[in-house]
Design a binder for this molecule. Sequence first.
Ligand SMILES: Cc1cc2nc3c(=O)[nH]c(=O)nc-3n(C[C@H](O)[C@H](O)[C@H](O)COP(=O)(O)O)c2cc1C
Ligand SMILES: O=C(O)C(=O)c1ccccc1
Length: 404
Amino acid sequence: MKTSANLTPYTYENDIYGAGLSDQKPPISFDPTKWQSLAKERLPADSFGYVWGSAGTRQTDDNNKEAFKKWGILPSRLVEADFPSLKTNLFGDEYDYPLAIAPVGVQKIFHPNGEVATAKAADGENVTYIMSTAASTSIENVADANGSGSRWFQLYWPSNDHMDITASLLKRAKDSGYKVLVVTLDTYILGWRPSDLDNGYNPFLRADNIGVELGFSDPVFQEYFRNKHGISIEEDVSKAAAEWAHTIFPGTSHGWNDIEYLRSHWDGPIVLKGIQTVSDAKKAREHGVQGIVVSNHGGRQQDGDVASLEMLPEIAAAVGDDLEILFDSGVRCGADVVKALALGAKMVLVGRPYVYGLAIGGETGVRHVLKSILGDLQLTLHLSGIKDVTKENLNQSVLRQIRT
Ligand SMILES: Cc1cc2nc3c(=O)[nH]c(=O)nc-3n(C[C@H](O)[C@H](O)[C@H](O)COP(=O)(O)O)c2cc1C
Ligand SMILES: O=C(O)C(=O)c1ccccc1
């Protein structure tokens, strides 16, 4: 076999088998199907319900998972190949892996170190961290924890009455080294989630006020709150929490023409998250953004939605030459990443699995989940005879649609 100095095999499994020789068992399972139950053992019922929860009867979440099983990978033999490179290029920059940490809010309900643990893990594993507007740690503190890592900022977009707050969030993100703006379009109000309704659980409105950190640390929001209520945030934190929740989840949607405002306040790439149709993907292109995340928010927003993977090939065929296509919703293992990349995505975001890792073991748990998915991804590609993750080598020709 050829060896190449610039391709690093992802050798996590070698470390584990090596440790096994001296009877050291890995502290966390490598079986992706076990992470959910391990997290459940460690979390209170309400915060477990929050991460596991989905909209309505969970049809969308089920559809997301089923969609991956409708495709099979076709391996090629006697391909003279080394460990495949996982490097991918987006917006003119090279990324080590086609994998990113999906934006997830309120991470302190899963582990006391919350976003700081995840941002450190992402930096440690060279995986891009996408910071949520609903985080329980400020923009600046996450940036400190993420160090020289790659980080992007996800916006929950205040209504047009609060353009100055939007501008302030974007400026803070830019000043703290976040390179790409990800604007989530599917969550101007939270979906109908029976698990949270059963627990009467909305992390924003609870006494510990987890999830409002970006507002409480924002000078423009602080001033707005004082002018409106004649008191400071500290004087009535519950009222301020409710005000912030309403600011970032206003209950009304923006329109396409509002993208212009974001463009004028953000000079880097803009990515729209939550695109599910070809028609919206084309509108995204018309409105001059640089990328989209084909996503249904992991089925958490709307019941009865089509699987995101189902829509990915058509959307990629329609706009993939002009926009960077990212994907999330239902990715659980290396083979899922291979399928999403083959169907047109350049980068894949993973949500619940790393949150389970965070609950299981803080920074170590998140690193474990990232390493597991990356190790599995690299070997799955290698054993399928796929040389790297470029479109030239990884496209629909490596898949077979399974007849049902
Ligand atoms: C607990 C939790 C919180 C989330 N918070 C956000 C958020 O703040 N912003 C956002 O754009 N998406 C949020 N999402 C959605 C994820 O970014 C992502 O779209 C989804 O989890 C992908 O599906 P998966 O969990 O099946 O991987 C959240 C998801 C979970 C599970
Ligand atoms: O739960 C979610 O999916 C989400 O986007 C969110 C909303 C508010 C706070 C934290 C996460």
